[in-house]
Design a protein around this ligand. Sequence first.
Ligand code: FAD
Ligand code: SIN
Length: 535
Amino acid sequence: METQTDFLILGSGIAGLSFAIKAAELGTVAIVTKKGKFESNTNYAQGGIAAVQDEEDSFAYHIQDTLSCGADLCKEDVVRFVVEEGPERIKELVQWGVEFTRDESGGNCRYDLGREGGHSRRRVLHAKDLTGREIERALNDHASRKKTVHIYENFIAIDLIMESFVTGRTDISANRCIGAYVFDFHNNRIHTFKAKYVILATGGCGKVYLVTTNPDIATGDGIAMAYRAGAQIANMEFIQFHPTCLFHPDAKSFLISEAVRGEGAILRLKSGEPFMEGYHPMKSLAPRDVVAKAIDTELKRSGDDYVLLDISHRDRDFIMSRFPNIYDKCLLYGIDMATDPIPVVPAAHYLCGGVMINEHGETSINRLFAFGEVACSGLHGANRLASNSLLEAIVFAHRAFLRIQRDFKNIRDEDITIPPWDPRGATESDESIVVSHNWDEIRLCMWHYVGIVRSDKRLERADRRIDLISREIDDYYRNFVITRDLLELRNIATVAAIIVRCARMRKESRGLHFNIDFPERDDVHWRRDSIIAKP
Ligand code: FAD
Ligand code: SIN
């Protein structure tokens, strides 16, 4: 089955939806999303969205905080425009129906601004501790009211379609994305989507790691697809580990927001002793890379399984009204955070690298745009400042829209005939265990060898193992009918291999990449992006 559309958007998180709402004014929009339309990293965002709002704050402070968190690898011009365009984009979210929590004390009705690690001022707009859910609600609501937008749920994109693949031409003008093959897995059918523009808004890749705050959709599909299509990928070694994921045998991936530390929570050892004093002047409110590494060091030193996050000195009413979701979740596991410290561990959380884009969200492939967590824009450098991710997504969605709006009327429908999907091996697998086994092995390998603290030996070991598993998966992919699990496995293997490659390239330690064999920063050779493309 073939569908022709002006815009094919892969993903229904903040990046995909905010672009869709704008693009609907220009033409037809197909949003393809691999689960229900709300399911995304966006939906689980807790802390909020950073933007200058207060007289005590300024663009200069927000820029400075972002730059110093990014360990001198941010692109300064990108940081500047993202920060400066932030307040305008926040107004737009509010016009679309997003309701941020307000501070109604003292008769004023301003937004209640939270604070998180690395921020020198309060500037995080939030909807209590369920900011992402509120954003998804409002954007899905708004997008589905647009007549030209159609959302395809439970459709997983398999691969991008390049003009060069279809025509066999190798000249530069054939380096153009013209659509995607997509698997409708409920009906077991492959759709061909043909589009004037393709937007990658597929989010991050937390599931490459054994312990992650990310939901199951975060398998790095967009990065893997873009890599296979020949796009440039950058800075994949910079995986952000969130310091405080709830430690409980029955809790899967539940984040304890950094906003809890922003409201005064203290990190303590199991013995009750605070330990961040020795690591950073901002103590428990230090940037994430510092805190995650400090926790890792303390856990290795003590042999304990977790550290404690303690906000029990704050008033119960305050805790319950500011963090209702976290409070309820902890209570479900027998932890009353108003009286008990919360056991926490670091977990893979955010990808600072991704598909390389310019200031308009354009990738190195024509008519293929990318923004949100899938992309590497230069905003985050070697370490993202908390709550800058939702901000980045809306700013780049708008910039991409402006760029496309400029050219759109001159773009005609192509008369290229796209061949139908080649089913290759058409036999059902009799050994699905291969998929689940390799899935576990990759995630375990990445957790142990490519985690918070790395070494040349560990990276080399990971490289060998991922390579072996990838070859097995390729073989399997060629011989058996596709399933959703197999597509995701193939993608996490590709992304894991790219992360290892970038990590092996960078012969220094900076931000989120710490290698004990190169413990210092090397500004002479490595104050630059690590960029790779398919050979
Ligand atoms: P996502 O929101 O992840 O959306 C990706 C979409 O792509 C999903 O709809 C997914 O189903 C779809 N998709 C993926 N692959 C395919 C495919 N092959 N085919 C079709 N569809 C596909 N950031 C902040 O700034 N502030 C916060 O407070 C904050 N809190 C966070 C809390 C948690 C628990 C987590 C996990 C992240 C948090 N982040 C936060 C990070 C932030 O939420 C994400 O970086 C951001 O939401 C990414 O938005 P996105 O639109 O790029 O991707
Ligand atoms: C959090 O609430 O701690 C997550 C914020 C972020 O990842 O930006």
